[in-house]
Design a protein around this ligand. Structure first.
Ligand code: NAD
Length: 481
């Protein structure tokens, strides 16, 4: 069986204690590879490698850093099909999604920051003829990057690329549930000639490897994407050490559909924003609010289209939903469907585990599920389910839907469907969210600030925001007279 290895100091090595964790294929429910069960010894090795590399990497000309990163980006593109297959097997997502979204975006992350760093400049503040201030921005040091399982390589590289472009060296931990493409990336980094120690990847559990990275005194900065509860735990450890923190956390995003929307576009995109990646995208719009005049029409057509979505083997080109990521996650999602029923909801589509045939009989499949008749403030409508489950709720006024939309502890993204320009701007400015998509969803320009408010996180990724995060500003003031 294939054994994944840690990538430390430029080499692929076994974990110090020699222990491994089973890695499951969610499509079949079978173990198909082994992941290092690393511990603080491995994190320590990785930190030492990063500390040794840092004095050189941090002063390596940005053109040279850029050149190596472009090579990594090219190699990801060259290996797109193999990486997409690996991502689909490891995560359960449809191969079509891995091929068109996950892996191309991982290549773009490297490409984007390889070129962004060349245009990154700093500020100067003149005090008339008295003095000039200028801001030096130097890499912070060793960055700890911890990522989740839902968009494995996409989100892993979204952290690593700006970190190494900035001149930081990295100790990174991908999710133990989806480690494979991070492992394949380490092979590509070796091939691209990334100097040893610049990027170190330590595989294993969050409570061991993630906690050791968070607590390590030589790691002054943590970039984390994952659940809100884990984010709080990381913040508790990191705050007394005054670490720089970027936390991209959970969401429970509203998808608000006004009667004056472009109906066809709204339905088509809502299928995506509800069920792409089996609803396991932090940006999915799991609470659908529909203005009363079109509620019944929307519901009827949406149900028809959702029932036609094929749940199947992720490797099949026509599967629109693959498997959810793990058995325990499937059980969690199904338990929320039960909760919705207890809370008085009516399941109008789906609501059950899908049993496939043959080798897929033990896979983790859930029918895309639509629930109606729930109060906006019940648990089903307040807690993050992170699966193929959406609720439908009618509304009458803007005030009412704003109240519903902002009623959760989260504030990551919001989706808005209306052809009324002034309403679109008015709502966008009033919604309490880090990102608002109007008449679209998941349309991403990598230059824009990305992140959430409230329990959805602290800080922003994307564009120069990330380069700011991985560098420390120092103001220098020169008196002129
Ligand atoms: P998770 O919090 O369980 O795990 C995320 C990562 O943190 C994993 O690598 C895990 O091993 C590690 N970890 C776990 N415990 C840790 C600890 N005590 N210390 C340090 N690291 C630890 O999240 P998940 O289940 O992998 O991902 C799903 C969650 O991620 C959802 O809540 C989703 O909304 C969120 N998410 C947010 C964004 C965003 O951009 N805001 C993007 C994707 C996913």
């Amino acid at each position: 069986m294939q054994k994944i290895k840690n990538y430390i100091n430029g080499e692929l090595i076994e974990p110090a204690a020699g222990h491994y964790i089973d890695n499951y294929n969610p499509a079949t429910g079978k173990v198909y590879s082994l992941i290092p069960d690393s511990d603080e010894q491995d994190v320590e090795k990785a930190v030492q490698a990063a500390l040794t590399a840092f004095p050189i990497w941090s002063v390596t000309p940005k053109e040279e850093r850029s050149r190596i990163m472009l090579k990594i980006s090219d190699l990801i593109e060259k290996n797109l099909e193999g990486l997409a297959i690996a991502e689909s097997i490891d995560n359960g997502k449809p191969i079509s999604l891995a091929r068109t979204v996950d892996i191309p975006r991982a290549a773009s992350n490297f490409h984007f920051y390889a070129t962004a760093i060349l245009h990154y400049a700093s500020e100067s503040h003149a005090m008339e003829d008295m003095a000039i201030n200028y801001t030096l921005r130097t890499p912070v040091g060793i960055a700890g990057c911890i990522s989740p399982w839902n968009l494995p390589l996409y989100l892993f590289t979204w952290k690593i690329a700006p970190a190494i472009a900035s001149g930081c060296c990295v100790v990174a931990k991908p999710s133990e549930i989806t480690p494979m493409t991070a492992y394949l990336l380490s092979e590509l980094c070796i091939e691209a000639g990334l100097p040893k120690g610049v990027l170190n990847i330590v595989h294993g559990y969050g409570h061991k490897v993630g906690a050791a990275i968070t607590a390590h005194p030589k790691i002054p900065l943590i970039s984390f994407t994952g659940g809100t509860k884990t984010g709080a735990e990381i913040a508790r450890t990191a705050a007394p050490m005054f670490k720089k923190l970027s936390l991209e956390l959970g969401g429970k995003n509203p998808n608000i559909i006004f009667a004056d929307c472009d109906f066809e576009k709204a339905i088509k995109t809502t299928l995506q924003s509800s069920f792409a990646n089996q609803g396991q995208i932090c940006l999915c719009g799991s609470r659908i609010f529909i203005e009363k005049p079109i509620y019944e029409k929307f519901k009827k057509e949406f149900i028809e289209k959702v029932k036609a979505l094929k749940v199947g083997n992720p490797a099949d080109a026509d599967s629109r939903l693959g498997a959810v990521v793990s058995k325990s996650h499937m059980e969690k999602v199904l338990s929320y469907i039960d909760l919705a029923k207890q809370e008085g909801g009516t399941i109008v589509s789906g609501g059950f585990q899908v049993k496939l045939e043959g080798e897929f009989a033990e896979g983790y499949y859930i029918a895309p599920t639509i629930i109606e008749g729930l109060a906006y403030n019940c648990r089903t409508n307040q807690e993050e389910i992170f699966g193929p489950v959406v609720t439908l709720t009618p509304f009458e006024t803007e005030e009412e839907v704003l109240h519903y939309a902002d009623s959760t502890q989260y504030g990551l993204a919001a989706i808005l469907w209306t052809e009324n320009l002034t309403r679109a701007h008015r709502m966008a400015s009033r919604l309490h969210a880090g990102i608002v998509w109007i008449n679209c969803w998941l349309l991403r320009d990598l230059r824009t600030p990305f992140g959430g408010v409230k329990s959805s996180g602290v800080g922003r990724e994307g564009g120069f925001e990330a380069l700011h995060f991985f560098t420390e500003p120092k103001n220098v003031c020169i008196k002129l007279k």
